[in-house]
Each structure stands twice: as structure tokens, then as C-alpha cells.
Ligand binder design. Structure first.
Ligand code: AMP
Length: 405
């Protein structure tokens, strides 16, 4: 395989989960994606594989992946087969998505021993997420010890949520002792999309108010006032808020007591139930929205009921954020469902003309990968679809922090 030219300054973006590792090699200036992929079932006895794409060529290799280091090693080998030599590619940075920055991190941060120790210290805030993020950091640093590693925190954008929105009405001493507050997640996406939406409208982000709806398998809404979030639906953990693919979203905290006392369930069992067995999947058996919408169209009662619960919660938040923001310039849909499911967008905003929100059904039905307006020209609130690109946002932020002020 002949060696391919990678522009100096490209960034390797890494999103490490407990048994997965998502990666993308991207040039943050030209937005060119050289390669991306997903290693799955890391550390499992069977079924481990890497789905990989480079220069438009897709392939899946089934390969034993005992740990994250093996996964990144195999990815590097696959890239070599594509003519990309990571080790001497003159990468500007490796950008790591880190889920929880706690109160310690509110900006992209170059990772050194101290930062690593701090991410570890706050890991109890996100026991399912931060430890695998750290494992990813270790594994890639071992492969690329000379490339600066940068942590991009999913919570960072929400670091300055106003106290009244960040505070749970829990005994204050207990809350302080355990760092219990609302942190918010999907921040990289909410930040990127709110800025892109402002660009699309040709207005400074500091001059407009937006409601950003990140509707994917995980889902969250944020109220962004003049570029700064004043509220968001996810809280201490990514469980709070909207009904999601497999997560409950908002739920009476007392339900956990009932499940423990009457149902005899352990904390881990309840955690699993809330995170993996609930949401749309729990309600109708499916969490892929394409399947759900097909079932809704076919009149399947369980899917229809689940869809109604989903919409009810979504509209609840839209209403709340309209009031919190007072004046709203744009409502912005993003992520897998928000970008692709015209029916969800139409149903979420049905009959809101009195709030200045009117979707144009023809514009809404158009499929496109570009930012676009789907509201009528006379809708005083612009309704937009803006594709998110967390990898590009991570790459850009990583380069910016490495370049320094
Ligand atoms: P994400 O987490 O952003 O990758 O989004 C994943 C969700 O987007 C899944 O529920 C998919 O079913 C949904 N999705 C992707 N494409 C479509 C589509 N064309 N119509 C409806 N839902 C879609």
C-alpha cells in the first residue's frame, strides 16, 4: 500500500466506552475525514470487531481485542494498510471525549499526570463513563506518547449553569458532600450546534436565544441564551430529562425506593433497568427510531403509546424553555432522530403557532445533510435542522488548546 499524505495538524479523535472505542482521523481546518471507525466488544470473549472506513473504503474485521490497547494497536495497523502511518503523521493532537468534568474542568484541557489524576478523582460522578475514558487515554498515549492528548468534557459547556437551574432541592450539606448538582451532558454537541445555527442565521450567537434539541439514542434539550446555556435536561447524570432510547429520563425518585423495598432489586439492578431497559425500548421493545416510526405507521399500539410518551416529554421541555428564555429566535433539531425524523419534528412542534412556531411541511420533508430552515418564512421562531459533528468540534477545540492563547 502506498503511503497517503495526511496534512500536518490532523487530529485523532477518540471516544472510549467500557467495551468500545470510536475513532476519527480528521483535519480540523479542511474538515476532511481521513478515516473513522468503531471497535466493539473489547475485552469480550467473542464477537470483537472493528468497523473501519478510510478514503471511502469500508471494511469490518473480526479480531480478538483483549483490551483498549489492543484495539488502538489494531486500528493503527489497519490505518497502515490504508497507507496512513499514525506514528509519524505529525498529528496536532489526540482529542479525547471525557464524559464528566465535574466542577474541576470547564474547558478543553491538555492531559498530564495531574489532569489524569483529577479525572480519576471525579470518576465516582460517572462510574460508567470516566473510567473507560481514562483507559482510552492510557491506551492511545502508549501508542502516541509524543502527541499532545487533550480532554474535551461533555459537561464543560454547562459549567456556568445558573445556580437555580443547577441546584437540586436536596439537603444542601449532603449535596455539597457528594458534589450533587446538575452538570448537563452532550455539551460539545449543544455548543457546536448553537454556534452553527447562529452562523446559518447570519447572526452573532451572543444576540440570539435558542432551544437546542439533541435527539439521538441519548437525548437532551438545552436553553441557550445569547450563546450561554441557562438550562439543560440532563442533570447529575445523563439519565435525567427526555425519554431516550433505553433511558427513563425524568422519573419520580421514589420509584427507586419502591423497586428496592418491594421488588428487592439492588442498586446495580435498578441502574441497569433505568439506563438500559427503559425509555422507548422499555415501553415498546425497540429503541431504533426508524423501527418505531414504521410500527407507529402500521398502528402498532405499543409503539404508538411509546411515541406519545416520548413526544409528551419533549413538548414539556420545549414549553418550559420557551418560558425560561422568554424570547426565542431559533429552535434547532440535531442528532440521529432530530436530523432525520421529519415526523418527530412535526409532531414535537404541532399547534404552536400562537408561540410563533410554524413548520413548513414541504421544507420539513426534504432530506439533506446540510443545515437548513424548516419553518415557514413568517414563523417568528426559526426552526432549523443542524447536523451535529462532535468529532469535528473535539478536533477543533483540541487544536486550539494545544496552540495556546
Ligand atoms: P444518534 O444517537 O445521534 O446516533 O441517533 C441514533 C438514533 O437516530 C436511532 O434511534 C436511529 O433510529 C435514529 N435515526 C437515524 N436515522 C433515522 C431516520 N432516517 N429516521 C428516523 N430515525 C433515525
Amino acid at each position: 500500500m502506498t503511503r497517503k499524505t495526511i496534512a500536518p495538524g490532523a487530529v485523532l479523535v477518540i471516544n472510549a466506552g467500557s467495551s468500545s472505542l470510536k475513532y476519527q482521523l480528521v483535519d480540523p481546518l479542511t474538515e476532511k475525514v481521513y478515516a473513522d471507525g468503531l471497535a466493539e466488544r473489547i475485552g469480550e470473549a467473542t464477537g470483537s470487531a472493528i468497523k473501519h472506513e478510510a478514503f471511502g473504503r469500508k471494511r469490518t474485521v473480526e479480531v480478538s481485542l483483549p483490551d483498549h490497547q489492543a484495539a488502538i494497536g489494531t486500528v493503527a495497523e489497519m490505518l497502515r494498510e490504508d497507507g496512513i502511518f499514525l506514528v509519524d503523521a505529525e498529528l496536532a493532537a489526540v482529542g479525547h471525549r471525557v464524559v464528566h468534568g465535574g466542577r474541576s474542568f470547564h474547558a478543553p484541557t491538555v492531559i498530564d499526570d495531574e489532569v489524569r489524576a483529577e479525572i480519576e478523582r471525579i470518576a465516582p460522578l460517572a462510574p460508567l463513563h470516566n473510567p473507560p475514558n481514562l483507559v482510552g487515554i492510557e491506551a492511545v498515549s502508549a501508542l502516541l506518547p509524543d502527541v499532545p492528548a487533550v480532554a474535551i468534557f461533555d459537561t464543560a459547556f454547562f459549567h456556568n449553569l445558573p445556580d437555580e437551574s443547577a441546584t437540586y432541592a436536596l439537603d444542601a450539606e449532603t449535596a455539597a458532600k457528594y458534589a450533587i448538582r446538575r452538570y448537563g451532558f452532550h455539551g460539545t454537541s449543544h455548543q457546536y450546534v448553537s454556534r452553527r445555527a447562529a452562523e446559518f442565521l447570519g447572526r452573532p450567537v451572543e444576540e440570539i436565544n435558542q432551544i437546542v434539541l439533541h435527539l439521538g439514542n441519548g437525548a437532551s434539550v438545552s436553553a441557550v441564551q445569547r450563546g450561554q446555556p441557562i438550562d439543560t435536561s440532563m442533570g447529575m447524570t445523563p439519565l435525567e430529562g427526555l425519554v431516550m432510547g433505553t433511558r427513563t429520563g425524568d422519573i419520580d425518585p421514589g420509584i427507586a425506593f419502591q423497586l428496592a423495598r418491594v421488588g428487592g432489586m439492588s442498586v446495580d439492578e435498578i441502574d441497569h433497568l433505568y439506563n438500559k431497559q427503559s425509555g422507548l425500548k422499555g415501553l415498546c421493545g425497540d429503541n431504533d427510531f426508524r423501527t418505531i416510526l414504521e410500527r407507529v405507521d402500521a398502528g402498532d399500539p405499543a409503539a404508538v403509546a411509546a411515541y406519545r410518551v416520548y413526544l409528551h416529554r419533549l413538548r414539556h421541555y420545549i414549553g418550559a424553555y420557551l418560558i425560561e428564555l422568554g424570547a426565542v429566535d431559533a429552535l434547532v433539531f440535531t442528532a440521529g432522530v432530530g436530523e432525520n425524523a421529519a415526523a418527530v419534528r412535526a409532531d414535537a412542534l404541532a399547534d404552536l403557532q400562537m408561540y410563533g412556531i410554524t413548520i413548513d411541511p414541504v421544507r420539513n420533508a426534504i432530506r439533506s445533510g446540510e443545515a437548513r430552515r424548516i419553518s415557514t418564512d413568517d414563523s417568528s421562531v426559526a426552526v432549523l435542522v443542524v447536523p451535529t459533528n462532535e468529532e469535528l468540534a473535539i478536533a477543533r477545540q483540541s487544536v486550539a488548546v494545544v496552540a495556546g492563547p
